[in-house]
Design a protein around this ligand. Structure first.
Ligand SMILES: [Zn+2]
Length: 271
């Protein structure tokens, strides 16, 4: 059985157990566009091996949805393909890449050797908040890269395949797990998620977890908005932090970081 699932016309996802992550492969007439590249060269090589069961077409383009290790640190194995990403994604890989690798190695010591092999290779086809269109295919298939505002990071882009009615939402949406807020902007994320909801008409592939739809996007947006609302109530003294931790949509043992990050943003500490 193919490890790939077709979520729209010639738009495939492969779900990896590690970090329960979704990788995208969008096929054109003469090439493939890959969405996100995983944590290491070895993990990237796994994508390349799995791709052989899907197509013999060459990789014409790669997109990083944002600059976190699991989305961009396999990049080097996809060269010489051009790698697209927001200009702040490239900056994030360049400026925080070494620290990110150290953090993963600390969390998963068994991966230390594998992580030491990683050559940080930030996107070279960068664009700003206006987004970009990737014409990666002679057959005319166009892919839209849209920046919707700060959220999970300051450089998240969604990948839209209009003719297949599919969106890759990156880590702006996660299914079945608390989104990572550690580099996020929790007070702006709800509005960003609202813009995402408006753009979803078909399948929505989250960075991690089950593929969803517009209803999933709405649920995610409401959950993120709850964090922002609760943090505002904590700030003005209406409720305490311990109550807020119990009132998010997330398991209590994962709710503190989102709330603390939101409070930090409310206090003006993030800009
Ligand atoms: Zn991320």
């Amino acid at each position: 059985m193919s490890p790939w699932t077709e979520v729209g016309d010639r738009v495939f996802t492969r779900r990896y157990v590690f970090y329960d992550q979704n990788i995208g492969a969008i096929l054109g007439d003469d090439g493939v566009l890959i969405v996100d590249t995983r944590v290491s060269h070895r993990q990237a090589d796994e994508i390349l091996a799995d791709l052989k069961s899907l197509t013999t077409l060459p990789i014409r383009a790669v997109v990083n949805t944002h600059g976190h290790n699991d989305h961009a640190f396999g990049n080097h194995r996809f060269r010489p393909a051009p790698i697209w990403g927001h200009e702040r994604c490239a900056r994030m890989v360049t400026e925080t890449g070494t620290d990110q690798l150290a953090r993963v190695a600390e969390a998963i010591p068994a991966m230390a050797d594998e992580l030491a092999e990683v050559v940080l290779d930030p996107p070279d086809r960068t664009f700003g908040d206006e987004g970009a269109t990737v014409d990666f295919d002679a057959g005319g298939r166009q892919i839209l890269l849209s920046y919707l505002g700060r959220g999970h990071t300051d450089n998240d882009v969604v990948v839209i395949v209009p003719d297949a009615d599919v969106m890759f939402g990156g880590d702006l949406v996660e299914n079945g797990a608390t989104p990572y807020f550690g580099d996020g902007y929790p007070m702006e994320w709800p509005a960003t998620a609202e813009r995402l909801v408006e753009l979803v008409t078909g399948a929505l592939v989250p960075g991690h977890g089950d593929v969803g739809d517009r209803a999933f996007a709405v649920r995610s947006m409401v959950e993120i908005r709850t964090v922002a609302d609760l943090a505002s109530l904590v700030l003005d003294g209406t409720i305490g932090m311990e109550d807020a931790v119990l009132r998010t949509a997330y398991p209590a043992d994962t709710a503190r970081e989102p709330l603390e990050r939101a409070l930090a943003q409310l206090r003006g500490e993030l800009d």
